[in-house]
Ligand binder design. Sequence first.
Ligand code: MG
Length: 273
Amino acid sequence: MDKLIITIAPNGSLPTKEMNPNVPITPDEMIADIKRCYDAGASICHIHARDANQKTCHDPEYFKAVVNGVKASTNMITQISTGGRASFDPISRCSGLQADPEMASLSVGSCNFDDHVYENSPEHMVLFATKMKEKGIKPEFECFDLSMVYWGRKLCEMGLNTGVPYFNLILGVHGALPYDPRHLQAYVDALPPGAVWNSLGIGAAQLKMAVHAILWGGHVRVGLEDNIYYTKGVLASNVQLVERVVRLARELGREVATPDEARAILGLPAVHA
Ligand code: MG
Protein backbone atom coordinates (compact mmCIF):
# COMPACT_ATOMS: atom_id res chain seq x y z
CA MET A 1 0.00 0.00 0.00
CA ASP A 2 1.24 3.51 -0.86
CA LYS A 3 2.37 5.78 1.91
CA LEU A 4 -0.39 8.07 3.20
CA ILE A 5 -0.75 11.56 1.72
CA ILE A 6 -2.21 14.01 4.23
CA THR A 7 -3.80 17.18 2.88
CA ILE A 8 -4.50 20.10 5.19
CA ALA A 9 -7.42 22.42 4.35
CA PRO A 10 -6.83 25.17 6.90
CA ASN A 11 -9.45 27.82 6.18
CA GLY A 12 -12.02 27.10 3.45
CA SER A 13 -14.61 29.74 2.65
CA LEU A 14 -16.91 29.57 5.66
CA PRO A 15 -15.30 29.23 9.13
CA THR A 16 -14.52 32.51 10.90
CA LYS A 17 -12.51 33.31 14.00
CA GLU A 18 -15.82 33.76 15.82
CA MET A 19 -16.62 30.12 15.07
CA ASN A 20 -13.11 28.90 15.92
CA PRO A 21 -10.27 31.30 16.83
CA ASN A 22 -7.76 28.84 15.34
CA VAL A 23 -8.94 29.46 11.77
CA PRO A 24 -6.11 31.20 9.85
CA ILE A 25 -7.38 34.12 7.79
CA THR A 26 -4.53 36.41 6.71
CA PRO A 27 -1.74 35.17 4.41
CA ASP A 28 0.75 35.34 7.30
CA GLU A 29 -1.55 33.28 9.53
CA MET A 30 -2.04 30.78 6.72
CA ILE A 31 1.70 30.39 6.03
CA ALA A 32 2.50 29.88 9.74
CA ASP A 33 -0.35 27.41 10.26
CA ILE A 34 0.50 25.42 7.13
CA LYS A 35 4.15 25.21 8.26
CA ARG A 36 3.03 23.69 11.59
CA CYS A 37 0.94 21.14 9.68
CA TYR A 38 3.89 20.35 7.35
CA ASP A 39 6.12 19.76 10.37
CA ALA A 40 3.43 17.39 11.73
CA GLY A 41 3.24 15.35 8.50
CA ALA A 42 0.94 17.06 5.96
CA SER A 43 2.26 17.14 2.39
CA ILE A 44 -0.47 19.06 0.49
CA CYS A 45 -2.11 22.34 1.52
CA HIS A 46 -5.49 23.39 0.08
CA ILE A 47 -5.79 27.17 -0.01
CA HIS A 48 -8.82 29.48 -0.07
CA ALA A 49 -8.55 33.28 -0.19
CA ARG A 50 -10.21 35.59 2.36
CA ASP A 51 -10.56 39.36 2.46
CA ALA A 52 -9.97 41.68 5.43
CA ASN A 53 -13.51 40.97 6.70
CA GLN A 54 -12.87 37.18 6.64
CA LYS A 55 -15.15 36.87 3.61
CA THR A 56 -14.25 34.36 0.92
CA CYS A 57 -12.85 35.87 -2.27
CA HIS A 58 -10.68 35.03 -5.27
CA ASP A 59 -8.02 37.71 -4.85
CA PRO A 60 -5.00 36.55 -6.91
CA GLU A 61 -2.61 38.52 -4.67
CA TYR A 62 -3.80 36.56 -1.63
CA PHE A 63 -3.18 33.27 -3.43
CA LYS A 64 0.26 34.41 -4.57
CA ALA A 65 1.23 35.50 -1.05
CA VAL A 66 0.25 32.16 0.49
CA VAL A 67 1.62 29.94 -2.31
CA ASN A 68 4.95 31.80 -2.34
CA GLY A 69 5.16 31.84 1.46
CA VAL A 70 4.50 28.10 1.68
CA LYS A 71 7.05 27.36 -1.05
CA ALA A 72 9.64 29.49 0.78
CA SER A 73 9.19 27.73 4.13
CA THR A 74 8.30 24.13 3.19
CA ASN A 75 8.56 21.53 0.40
CA MET A 76 4.77 21.08 0.37
CA ILE A 77 2.51 20.68 -2.64
CA THR A 78 0.41 23.83 -2.94
CA GLN A 79 -3.18 23.41 -4.12
CA ILE A 80 -5.47 26.39 -4.66
CA SER A 81 -9.27 26.23 -4.62
CA THR A 82 -11.39 27.03 -7.64
CA GLY A 83 -14.52 26.45 -5.54
CA GLY A 84 -17.58 28.50 -6.23
CA ARG A 85 -18.74 30.03 -2.96
CA ALA A 86 -17.05 33.36 -3.59
CA SER A 87 -18.47 33.85 -7.05
CA PHE A 88 -20.15 32.03 -9.88
CA ASP A 89 -18.00 33.94 -12.33
CA PRO A 90 -15.75 31.27 -13.87
CA ILE A 91 -12.92 33.66 -14.69
CA SER A 92 -12.59 34.90 -11.10
CA ARG A 93 -12.84 31.32 -9.82
CA CYS A 94 -9.65 30.60 -11.80
CA SER A 95 -7.74 33.60 -10.42
CA GLY A 96 -5.73 31.45 -7.99
CA LEU A 97 -4.12 29.67 -10.95
CA GLN A 98 -2.08 32.87 -11.45
CA ALA A 99 -0.16 31.93 -8.27
CA ASP A 100 1.37 28.92 -10.11
CA PRO A 101 0.41 26.25 -7.58
CA GLU A 102 1.24 22.62 -8.38
CA MET A 103 -2.40 21.60 -7.99
CA ALA A 104 -5.91 23.07 -8.00
CA SER A 105 -9.24 21.67 -6.90
CA LEU A 106 -11.80 21.16 -9.67
CA SER A 107 -15.39 20.37 -8.71
CA VAL A 108 -16.71 17.93 -11.28
CA GLY A 109 -20.44 18.49 -11.12
CA SER A 110 -23.33 20.45 -9.61
CA CYS A 111 -25.26 19.68 -6.45
CA ASN A 112 -27.15 21.31 -3.61
CA PHE A 113 -24.82 22.71 -0.98
CA ASP A 114 -26.55 23.71 2.28
CA ASP A 115 -29.07 26.38 1.20
CA HIS A 116 -27.85 27.02 -2.33
CA VAL A 117 -27.04 25.32 -5.61
CA TYR A 118 -23.35 24.66 -6.20
CA GLU A 119 -23.16 25.15 -9.92
CA ASN A 120 -20.43 23.61 -12.09
CA SER A 121 -21.65 23.39 -15.66
CA PRO A 122 -19.94 21.09 -18.17
CA GLU A 123 -18.75 24.22 -20.02
CA HIS A 124 -17.10 25.60 -16.88
CA MET A 125 -15.54 22.27 -15.89
CA VAL A 126 -13.90 21.98 -19.31
CA LEU A 127 -12.78 25.62 -19.12
CA PHE A 128 -11.18 25.15 -15.68
CA ALA A 129 -9.53 21.87 -16.69
CA THR A 130 -8.19 23.43 -19.89
CA LYS A 131 -6.69 26.39 -18.01
CA MET A 132 -5.04 23.99 -15.54
CA LYS A 133 -3.69 21.81 -18.34
CA GLU A 134 -2.22 24.84 -20.13
CA LYS A 135 -0.32 25.83 -16.98
CA GLY A 136 0.72 22.28 -16.04
CA ILE A 137 -1.38 22.45 -12.85
CA LYS A 138 -2.67 19.11 -11.68
CA PRO A 139 -6.43 18.97 -11.01
CA GLU A 140 -7.88 17.32 -7.94
CA PHE A 141 -11.31 16.13 -9.04
CA GLU A 142 -13.66 17.08 -6.21
CA CYS A 143 -16.67 14.77 -6.02
CA PHE A 144 -19.65 15.59 -3.82
CA ASP A 145 -21.85 12.93 -5.41
CA LEU A 146 -21.26 9.61 -7.16
CA SER A 147 -22.15 10.95 -10.62
CA MET A 148 -19.26 13.42 -10.36
CA VAL A 149 -16.68 10.63 -10.53
CA TYR A 150 -17.85 10.05 -14.09
CA TRP A 151 -17.25 13.68 -15.06
CA GLY A 152 -13.75 13.42 -13.67
CA ARG A 153 -13.26 10.30 -15.76
CA LYS A 154 -14.58 12.15 -18.80
CA LEU A 155 -12.08 14.99 -18.33
CA CYS A 156 -9.28 12.40 -18.15
CA GLU A 157 -10.55 10.80 -21.37
CA MET A 158 -10.49 14.26 -22.98
CA GLY A 159 -6.77 14.50 -22.12
CA LEU A 160 -7.36 17.26 -19.57
CA ASN A 161 -5.57 15.61 -16.64
CA THR A 162 -1.92 15.92 -15.60
CA GLY A 163 -0.24 13.00 -13.83
CA VAL A 164 -2.12 10.16 -12.15
CA PRO A 165 -5.94 10.70 -11.97
CA TYR A 166 -6.60 12.02 -8.46
CA PHE A 167 -10.09 12.10 -6.98
CA ASN A 168 -11.23 13.75 -3.76
CA LEU A 169 -14.20 11.70 -2.55
CA ILE A 170 -16.43 13.82 -0.31
CA LEU A 171 -19.23 12.66 1.98
CA GLY A 172 -21.33 14.69 4.36
CA VAL A 173 -22.18 17.96 2.59
CA HIS A 174 -25.80 18.86 3.34
CA GLY A 175 -27.66 18.35 0.07
CA ALA A 176 -25.09 16.02 -1.49
CA LEU A 177 -24.04 12.45 -0.65
CA PRO A 178 -24.14 11.84 3.14
CA TYR A 179 -21.55 9.90 5.13
CA ASP A 180 -21.96 6.14 4.91
CA PRO A 181 -19.09 3.68 4.40
CA ARG A 182 -21.13 2.00 1.65
CA HIS A 183 -21.15 5.28 -0.28
CA LEU A 184 -17.37 5.49 0.04
CA GLN A 185 -17.11 1.94 -1.32
CA ALA A 186 -19.36 2.89 -4.27
CA TYR A 187 -17.16 5.92 -4.96
CA VAL A 188 -14.00 3.79 -4.93
CA ASP A 189 -15.61 1.16 -7.17
CA ALA A 190 -16.44 3.88 -9.76
CA LEU A 191 -12.87 5.20 -10.09
CA PRO A 192 -10.95 4.70 -13.33
CA PRO A 193 -8.08 2.16 -13.34
CA GLY A 194 -4.94 3.48 -11.67
CA ALA A 195 -6.68 6.41 -9.96
CA VAL A 196 -5.53 7.65 -6.57
CA TRP A 197 -8.17 8.84 -4.12
CA ASN A 198 -8.50 10.98 -1.06
CA SER A 199 -11.26 10.87 1.55
CA LEU A 200 -12.95 14.01 2.82
CA GLY A 201 -15.66 13.83 5.48
CA ILE A 202 -17.58 16.89 6.63
CA GLY A 203 -17.97 17.53 10.37
CA ALA A 204 -17.95 14.44 12.54
CA ALA A 205 -17.48 12.30 9.41
CA GLN A 206 -13.94 13.68 8.96
CA LEU A 207 -12.37 11.29 11.48
CA LYS A 208 -14.32 8.26 10.25
CA MET A 209 -13.42 8.94 6.62
CA ALA A 210 -9.77 9.28 7.59
CA VAL A 211 -9.79 5.85 9.20
CA HIS A 212 -11.48 4.26 6.17
CA ALA A 213 -8.89 5.79 3.85
CA ILE A 214 -5.95 4.69 6.00
CA LEU A 215 -7.27 1.11 5.97
CA TRP A 216 -8.43 1.00 2.34
CA GLY A 217 -5.38 2.54 0.67
CA GLY A 218 -6.78 6.01 0.07
CA HIS A 219 -5.40 9.31 1.30
CA VAL A 220 -6.72 11.77 3.88
CA ARG A 221 -7.73 15.42 4.00
CA VAL A 222 -8.39 17.11 7.32
CA GLY A 223 -8.66 20.72 8.43
CA LEU A 224 -10.92 23.43 9.73
CA GLU A 225 -12.41 24.01 6.26
CA ASP A 226 -14.37 20.79 6.63
CA ASN A 227 -14.63 20.36 10.40
CA ILE A 228 -13.97 22.85 13.22
CA TYR A 229 -14.19 20.35 16.09
CA TYR A 230 -11.66 17.90 17.50
CA THR A 231 -14.46 16.02 19.20
CA LYS A 232 -18.04 16.92 20.10
CA GLY A 233 -18.08 20.45 21.50
CA VAL A 234 -14.27 20.77 21.57
CA LEU A 235 -12.76 23.13 18.99
CA ALA A 236 -9.77 21.87 16.98
CA SER A 237 -6.66 23.42 15.52
CA ASN A 238 -5.36 22.37 12.12
CA VAL A 239 -2.16 20.89 13.52
CA GLN A 240 -4.12 18.81 16.06
CA LEU A 241 -6.17 17.31 13.23
CA VAL A 242 -3.01 16.42 11.26
CA GLU A 243 -1.28 14.99 14.34
CA ARG A 244 -4.27 12.74 15.03
CA VAL A 245 -4.18 11.29 11.49
CA VAL A 246 -0.42 10.67 11.78
CA ARG A 247 -0.98 8.81 15.09
CA LEU A 248 -3.83 6.76 13.60
CA ALA A 249 -1.76 5.87 10.53
CA ARG A 250 1.14 4.70 12.70
CA GLU A 251 -1.15 2.63 14.92
CA LEU A 252 -2.71 1.05 11.83
CA GLY A 253 0.65 0.33 10.17
CA ARG A 254 0.53 2.92 7.36
CA GLU A 255 3.53 5.16 6.80
CA VAL A 256 3.04 8.86 6.07
CA ALA A 257 4.31 10.29 2.75
CA THR A 258 6.72 13.21 2.49
CA PRO A 259 5.82 15.85 -0.13
CA ASP A 260 8.22 14.29 -2.68
CA GLU A 261 6.80 10.84 -1.97
CA ALA A 262 3.35 12.35 -2.50
CA ARG A 263 4.54 13.84 -5.80
CA ALA A 264 5.73 10.39 -6.93
CA ILE A 265 2.35 8.85 -6.03
CA LEU A 266 0.49 11.61 -7.93
CA GLY A 267 2.78 11.64 -10.95
CA LEU A 268 4.14 15.13 -10.28
CA PRO A 269 7.81 16.04 -10.78
CA ALA A 270 9.95 16.13 -7.63
CA VAL A 271 10.70 19.52 -6.07
CA HIS A 272 13.49 19.88 -3.55
CA ALA A 273 13.43 22.67 -0.99
MG1 MG B 1 -12.12 23.99 -0.59
